[in-house]
Design a protein around this ligand. Structure first.
Ligand code: FES
Length: 126
């Protein structure tokens, strides 16, 4: 029996995330939404893949969440731009709104994400 709280979910291995890149992950438990992670140097940021403007997924292409120079998260529908470090919209139709951030931490070689912070019903990984 595991001591892992049910809302903690193993997202991926740390070395699967390339610095300066983003990556999409399905949510467990039949949830049709997805998450994405961005790695900057040693830090990992995880967000729900949902634009505050209309609620649609941010990306049109798999794993592509960043602008041309990979300095901001960008919505592919109307171009809203968000800071990577806190998900704040700094340009676009949802200016000053935030992406939904999910706490993440690295333990050993695994990136864990806290799904208890998801809006609506808390999602369980097991
Ligand atoms: S849906 Fe994201 S900016 Fe409009």
């Amino acid at each position: 029996m595991s001591d892992t709280p049910p809302h903690l979910h193993p997202l991926c291995r740390y070395d699967e995330l390339t610095p300066g890149e983003s990556r999409e992950f399905p949510l467990p438990g039949g949830d049709t939404r997805s998450l994405f992670a961005v790695r900057q140097q040693q830090r990992i940021y995880v967000y729900l893949n949902s634009c505050p403007h209309t609620g649609v997924p941010l990306n049109w292409e798999e794993h592509q969440f960043l602008n041309f120079d990979h300095s901001l998260i960008q919505c592919s529908l109307h171009g809203a731009q968000f800071r990577i470090e806190d998900g704040l919209c700094i340009w676009g139709p949802c200016l000053h709104q935030h992406l939904t951030a999910l706490p993440a931490h690295i333990e050993g070689s695994t990136v864990w994400v806290d799904l208890g912070a998801l809006p609506g019903q808390a999602r369980r990984s097991r």
